[in-house]
Design a protein around this ligand. Structure first.
Ligand code: NAD
Length: 443
């Protein structure tokens, strides 16, 4: 089988590479010429564990190629996956200009029956617009080619994207014809071994499934953050509460960790977009509105603890930040809570020395040149003469550091832990002041 994946970002590159891995002939397409030129030379635009090796192997086998030329790449394909960005527009709704632009290009150049698949996260009703865009272009050409539109939302997690794609919890596909279902089933067959299910449904339900999934996950996070904040006030320990509730099989112990708010390219924009979709259709998503506002407040919690420790005076102080990416094992800095924290520290006249195992380049790009932001070569260098350590991202290598060495490098033995990766009691015994999220501080 032969497919084109249009949009070679976090989702498109992983999708294309994993389809190539199971033997499908894949061309990944992008408008970003540098990205494609780099990929042709084996240079990846993103960090994702295991991806580089898999890309190189499949390119080598001739199953995976990269191109800026959709017109040629689309010829003879069984399906074209649209995996371009759907960023939030000014009003929070998903901006569909890239998706519909690609749909039009596909209509202009397809040469046989094709399944046009939306893999990007798109609001209910988008497939209809995609269909119309492709049909209009075919009509302009006077072409009578037939095609189907399918919705195949992606559930991969950055940092574990390859495993998620190769061994998915489920594959959701919205289709409107048997022919499209057959093509999609054939493409995904290699991933269904060992009981991974493919769930076919109508197109609007598939489109909605993605938003419902991300909104539910964001809700879990905001719910736990709300509980954590109350724990602090009431003298409870959210780590205990989490274990206590997570052992109830109806609740489960996954995704109930409090922290400094969700970020990344998906949860914030998808929650916003679903609120907007509802509003446009005369409905108010009350829970999601609260989820969003709890999250906005939560991004400031770490900063507020810094202010408390230093009695509101941060001028000239230096803070070591461990972690910049919005979560471990990715270099994705989109909507990362670290950006909010850095901005607030700088506004108070503080300096920042940050370390992240892979996201420094991306962070530099987003933060820009700033005399008061420096980047360390490792986590210990970041601590030298810092007034406190702020743990922002729970990278595995930060979990068991050498506290003795840390105590010597830091000017003050203060740890403000936005991810609850340390034990308050243990740190207290070593003479640190410790703040966690939803736990009692030790000073
Ligand atoms: P991304 O920004 O990393 O990649 C998008 C790519 O599309 C870019 O390389 C861009 O140059 C390219 N592009 C834009 N217009 C184009 C055009 N006309 N033709 C060809 N290429 C074009 O985005 P992403 O994180 O991969 O997300 C893509 C979609 O998948 C979004 O809708 C997102 O919500 C969804 N999604 C993302 C994730 C994730 O973890 N990142 C997970 C599930 C779903």
């Amino acid at each position: 089988m032969k497919i084109a994946v249009v949009g070679t970002g976090y989702v498109g590159l992983v999708t294309g590479t994993c389809f190539a891995e199971v033997g499908i002939d894949v061309t990944c397409i992008d408008v970003n010429v540098k990205k494609i030129e780099d990929l042709k030379q084996g240079i990846l635009p993103i960090y994702e564990p295991g991806l580089e090796e898999m890309v190189l192997r499949n390119v080598d086998k001739g199953r995976l190629g990269f191109s800026t030329d959709l017109a040629s790449a689309i010829k003879g394909c069984d399906a074209a996956f649209i995996a371009v960005g759907t960023p939030p527009g000014e009003d929070g709704s998903a901006d569909l200009k890239y998706v519909l632009g690609v749909a039009r290009e596909i209509g202009q150049h397809m040469d046989d029956y094709l399944v046009v698949v939306t893999k990007s996260t798109v609001p209910v009703g988008t497939a209809k617009k995609v269909k119309q865009a492709v049909a209009e272009e075919l009509e302009k050409r006077g072409s009578e080619l037939s095609f189907d539109v399918a919705s195949n939302p992606e559930f991969l997690k950055e940092g574990a994207a390859i495993d998620d794609f190769l061994k998915p919890d489920r594959i959701v596909v919205g289709v409107e014809s048997e022919q499209a279902e057959e093509v999609m089933r054939k493409l995904y067959k290699p991933f269904l071994m060992n009981g991974h299910p493919i769930i076919f449904m109508d197109v609007p339900s598939a489109e909605m499934t993605k938003y419902a999934a991300n909104s539910m996950l964001a809700t879990k996070i905001s719910f736990m953050n709300d509980i954590a904040n109350l724990c602090e006030i009431m003298g409870a320990d959210v780590n205990m509460v989490r274990r206590g509730i997570g052992s109830d099989s109806r609740i489960g112990n996954k995704f109930i960790y409090p922290g400094i708010g969700y970020g990344g390219s998906c949860f914030p924009k998808d929650v916003k977009a679903l609120i907007k979709t509802a509003e446009e259709n005369g409905y108010s998503m009350q829970i999601l509105k609260s989820v969003e506002s709890v999250n906005e407040n939560q991004k400031e919690v770490l900063f507020n603890k810094v202010m408390k420790q230093f009695e509101g005076n941060l001028t000239g102080k230096t803070f070591a930040l461990w972690g910049l990416s919005f979560k471990p094992k990715t270099d994705d800095m989109r909507e990362a809570p670290s950006l909010v924290i850095i901005e607030k520290l700088l506004a108070e006249g503080a300096n920042v020395v940050a370390y992240d195992p892979v996201a420094i380049k991306e962070a530099q790009h987003m933060i820009g040149e700033n005399d008061r932001v420096a980047y360390a070569k490792d986590e210990y260098e970041a601590l030298i003469d810092a007034d406190a350590l702020l743990v922002v991202t729970e990278w595995p290598e930060f979990r068991s550091p050498n506290f003795q060495v840390m105590g010597k490098l830091l000017k003050n033995k203060v740890i403000i832990d936005g991810r609850n990766i340390y034990e308050a009691k243990e740190l207290q015994e070593m003479g640190f002041a410790y703040y966690g999220i939803g736990v009692q501080e030790v000073l």
